[in-house]
Design a protein around this ligand. Sequence first.
Ligand code: FES
Length: 362
Amino acid sequence: MLSSLFSKKPASYGARIAPANVELKVGSKETLLQAALNQGIAFPHDCRAGGCGACKCRLVKGKVKELTDKSYILSAEELRDNYVLACQSIPRSDIEVDVELSDAATPVQTHQSPGRIIGLAPLTHDILQLTLALDRALPFTPGQYCELSPQDGPAAGVTRSYSFANVPDANGTSRNAEFFIRKVPGGQFTEWLFEQAKIGDSLDVAAPFGEFVLREASAPILCIAGGSGLAPVLSMLQGALQSQKRPREVMLILGVRSQRDLYMLDAIESLRREWPVGFDFMPILADEPAGSEWQGRRGMIVNHLAEVLGKSQGVPHAYLCGPPGMIDSCISTLEGSGVSAADIHFDKFLDQSHLAPAKKVA
Ligand code: FES
């Protein structure tokens, strides 16, 4: 009895992935997907935020703590068959799951480095620009994201995913990492970052992740960013400008709630000026008080898409980053307007506390 009162949770649990018969350790604060990717296992995934279902797997044995409600992603049959989302499942015992690995012969290469905070600057009332100096240069492509985990303090060991807002050097790596981070009320990571973190604090950084990167093409580029989803979009456009590949017309839409939520306007303006061909920027405010002096567009992004597509020089390729609702509504309108599903790329992030640990806050 006494021993059970004082027994501690194990620091990690074992996970076996069938049918490849791969075994791994999953830390007590890690999701199954995080552990698999960190250990170079090509576990299928996409959003890492419980929003796409790409990481679903059948829980054959053991128990997991689930971080989000999976019932709107999985079918009734999958729920009955005990499917879980690996990106939202933290083992609470040794487990076994059944899933076909993406390509066991090509493990995901994750790089890691400690990083030190060298910049913490407010961009809006609830978005911070975090800049890290990395001990080792990390490789990434504009649009990709990394995992951050504070080394000390109340959020030590908590892992959150954020998109890079900067661009790598010409060799594809960077010793600096920059992020736009929105405060999540009650969120362990952002409460620490906004209230206690200071210059010099250290985090562990793992990268690169995600496939939200600009594809080679000549079609116009339509970028749609919601809130802090601007980070990978700006990185992508800055990267395209620096790479000096064939210039393409750009339409950038930034959706936020009100004027006080607009940010990086100077950076967008210089990008617009330097862009060698057409570059339009359209901020859209969803909750700007009626009667304010705002002369720009109001309402939901999706309601302005027809006009944007009408002005485009051709059928654009679309890149969307923001909350799932915004992305889903825009995708259906884009597809309904003739944009091929293959030319719509998106990165959903969830910045509500109940959807926290995996991604993404762009
Ligand atoms: S739901 Fe897990 S990767 Fe998208």
